[in-house]
Ligand binder design. Structure first.
Ligand code: GUN
Ligand code: ZN
Length: 428
């Protein structure tokens, strides 16, 4: 069935950091959706049709749904764990919490909470790490399928340097990943990401298995972590003494390509940056996590200048907010500390089309273009008393976006549409 959605539409067709002709804004705009797709976008006056039911979201903004390119589904109860940097934080809080996902019934319950939280925060697609237990990925895919949400996820492969309860083996990681790929990759809107957690928790034998999966399933994404923390890097290089640098480990096992998402990518050597650019491997900026865990300051301008495509993400539960608005807020501040600027148009492009480009999926998600999936959100820049007071002085679209970026959170999300379906308020 067709529907018309009316509001102030904003969609990007280029990166505002590279060109002035980058977005389309329609003050009294309309989208037509049918069968989960956007079929038309334009002025309301041109698209209005008495035969098509309408939902009027004026005076709010309508944007493509946010895309979160790095998040840990089994860490919903790890967020806000005190006092540790990466390796201690993993050992003290995270691995014990992820071990709960072995228990019957836990993963399905957490998957529901996780997806409801994403939707409440305006995120319509996420790239998610699951726990090492295949039932965690099973539960997440099933919950995403029941909401018709486009999810990219994988069970983590990890066979050392963690408690027994979260370890797999090279063989079981391969077999379980393969079975999940065969069942879920390309089923409806679900896609699989081959997920070696990071070099510290995978033996060379397991990295070999990850490489084999990548060769067998070249269409899958690959996600892991790279150079987040100085102690992590030192330990990694002790474990792989032959490697030229951290990235070289992943290269040795054949993981580098434009399907690879490298979470954090903070403390990089020039050679690593050059190889990432040459191979198309993506860096993923996780601002709230990098501040919370004291990891370091991402060099967006440096990576961009070198030709590395970057995503931006929450990294819950090292990250502290599900909100891509809050993620852009902290991202702005990190780049300030580096003497770099994140313009609001660039920021909103990044969280939508930019992340879709990082995933190679901009033909399906991340814009309001006809033919793409009808995943979009309705934003209210006056959603709190403080925001509405500040909005009295906003004169331009860029100012309104910046208020959303700095002051906004889930309260600014009026509605989240997934494949044309309004998902809020959450009922389950
Ligand atoms: N490196 C390996 N595992 C993790 C994780 O769960 N979170 C973060 N932030 N870094 C990691
Ligand atoms: Zn992570």
């Amino acid at each position: 069935m067709k529907q018309l959605i009316r509001g102030r539409l904003l969609t990007f067709h280029a990166d505002p950091a590279t060109t002035d002709d980058n977005h389309r804004y329609i003050e009294d705009g309309a989208l037509i959706t049918e069968n989960g797709k956007i079929t038309a976008i334009g002025d309301y006056a041109d698209l209005a049709d008495p035969a098509i039911p309408e939902t009027d979201h004026r005076p709010h903004l309508i944007l493509p749904g946010f895309i979160d390119t790095h998040i840990h589904f089994p860490q919903v109860q790890v967020v806000a764990s005190w006092g540790a940097q990466l390796l201690d934080w993993l050992n003290t809080y995270t691995f014990p919490e992820e071990s709960r996902f072995a228990q019957q019934g836990h993963a399905p319950q957490m998957a529901n909470h996780f997806l409801n939280l994403l939707l409440a925060h305006g995120t319509t697609t996420a790239v998610a790490f699951c726990s090492s237990h295949p039932q965690s990925a099973e539960a997440l895919f099933a919950a995403a399928e029941s909401r018709n949400m486009a999810m990219i996820a994988g069970k983590v492969m990890m066979d050392r340097n963690a408690p027994e309860a979260v370890l797999d083996t090279p063989r079981s990681a391969y077999d379980d990943s393969r079975a999940l790929i065969e069942k879920w990759h390309g089923r409806g809107r679900q896609r699989y990401a081959i997920t070696p957690r990071f070099a510290i928790t995978s033996t060379p034998e397991q990295m070999q298995m990850a490489g084999q999966l990548v060769r067998e399933y070249p269409d899958c994404h690959i996600q892991t972590h790279l150079s987040e923390n100085r102690d992590e890097i030192a330990y990694t290089l002790e474990l792989y003494p032959q490697a030229r640098d951290y990235l070289d480990i992943y290269e040795t096992y054949g993981l580098l390509s434009d399907k690879l998402l490298l979470g954090h990518s903070i403390h990089l050597e020039p050679r690593e940056i050059a190889r990432m650019a040459e191979t198309g491997s993506r860096a993923v900026f996780c601002p709230t996590s990098n501040l919370f865990l004291g990891s370091g300051l991402f060099d967006e301008a440096g990576l961009r200048a070198a030709g590395v495509t970057c995503g931006i993400a929450t990294d819950i539960g090292g990250g502290t907010s599900y909100s891509m608005l809050q993620t852009l807020n902290e991202g702005y501040k990190i780049l300030q500390l580096r003497g770099q600027k994140l313009h609001p148009l660039t920021a909103f492009h990044w969280a939508t089309r930019g992340n879709a480009l990082a995933l190679g999926m901009a033909d399906r998600i991340g814009t309001l273009d006809p033919g793409t999936d009808a995943d979009f959100i309705v934003l209210n820049a006056g959603s709190t008393p403080a925001m509405s007071l500040r909005m009295e002085r906003a004169e331009t679209l860029a100012e309104e976006l910046f208020i959303l970026q700095i002051m906004g959170d889930d309260r600014a999300i009026v509605q989240t549409y997934v494949a044309g379906q309004a998902m809020l308020p959450i009922s389950s």
